[in-house]
Design a protein around this ligand. Structure first.
Ligand SMILES: [Zn+2]
Length: 114
């Protein structure tokens, strides 16, 4: 399952952060996920709980925020906000938007205990 490998990579990232920033436990995580990242949030919640077992993030609260996607229209060169891969430009109506942001996932903030 796609979301399970994502959840596992989040835990790995947290473990690296724990070494760098010298904390021992994560109590809350806020993730920011681009609306075009193709991540199923309910699946990620489920997989995160499973992946966090016996890790520093066991029992941590996970919050997910949507991050709007952005693109630039190749026809009129304006920057647009995108909610879908195949969306016409709101200014000129052409289907020529280059997606520039909104496919990523990143950790926005963490609450930790030493
Ligand atoms: Zn346009």
């Amino acid at each position: 399952m796609h979301e399970l490998s994502i959840a596992e990579s989040i835990i790995e990232l947290l473990e690296e952060h724990a070494v760098t920033h010298k904390f021992k436990k994560v109590t809350k995580i806020i993730l920011e996920i681009g609306v075009l990242a193709g991540i199923e949030k309910s699946a990620l919640f489920f997989c995160f709980d499973a992946a966090a077992q016996n890790s520093l993030a066991e029992g941590a609260e996970l919050l997910i925020e949507d991050k709007l996607a952005k693109g630039v229209c190749r026809h009129c060169h304006l920057q647009v906000t995108v909610t879908d891969w195949y969306q016409p430009c709101p200014y000129c109506g052409q289907l020529l938007i280059n997606i520039t942001d909104g496919e990523q996932m990143n950790i926005k903030s963490l609450e930790v205990e030493n």
